[in-house]
Write a protein that binds this ligand. Structure first.
Ligand SMILES: [Cu+2]
Length: 162
């Protein structure tokens, strides 16, 4: 009799563990695969994935997913000249923002947003493109920490060459 009671308890614990695992997998914007990840912390941008020398690297003509994680206690923005007049989607909790000749998203403290768009390219004579991204609150001035560069590479040259 005692043995049967013990078994039932073990099954119940196993069921609870399965439910907890399913919830973790559904976290969406926190876990999906992205091209780049930017963590906002201590009023600075930290590139944890897709890093180039001065910022983020993307491939022309491809779809880009950039995850923005705000680990600070104040709101930050990710605004880019690349997103000026370029359609983009937001997944997660963020607010669309506009700046002069730039656009992007405001991310509140503790929130994560995934920004998705088609990386533009110049079809005539491709050169690597440089765009900037910044926080329009803490990165407006040259020398501010919350500024970075987006480098757009043309991968077609690499595929054809050789
Ligand atoms: Cu900021």
């Amino acid at each position: 009799m005692r043995y049967i009671v013990g078994s039932a308890a073990a099954v119940a614990i196993f069921a609870l563990a399965t439910i907890a695992g399913a919830q973790l997998a559904e976290k969406g914007s926190d876990q999906r695969a992205v091209n780049a990840e930017v963590v906002m912390k201590d009023k600075a941008f930290h590139i944890t994935q897709g890093e180039s020398a001065k910022g983020i690297m993307l491939v022309a003509g491809s779809r880009a997913d950039i995850r923005l994680r705000n680990e600070d206690t104040v709101a930050h923005e990710f605004v880019s000249t690349m997103l000026y007049n370029l359609p983009f989607q937001l997944a997660g909790t963020g607010t669309f923002v506009k700046a002069p000749k730039a656009a992007g998203v405001r991310v509140d403290p503790g929130q994560t947003v995934v920004l998705s768009f088609e990386v533009p390219y110049d079809s005539k004579e491709f050169q690597d493109l440089y765009e900037v991204f910044f926080c329009n609150v803490h990165g407006k001035m040259h020398g501010d920490k919350m500024r970075g560069e987006i480098l757009v590479l043309d991968q077609r040259g690499e595929i054809g060459g050789g």
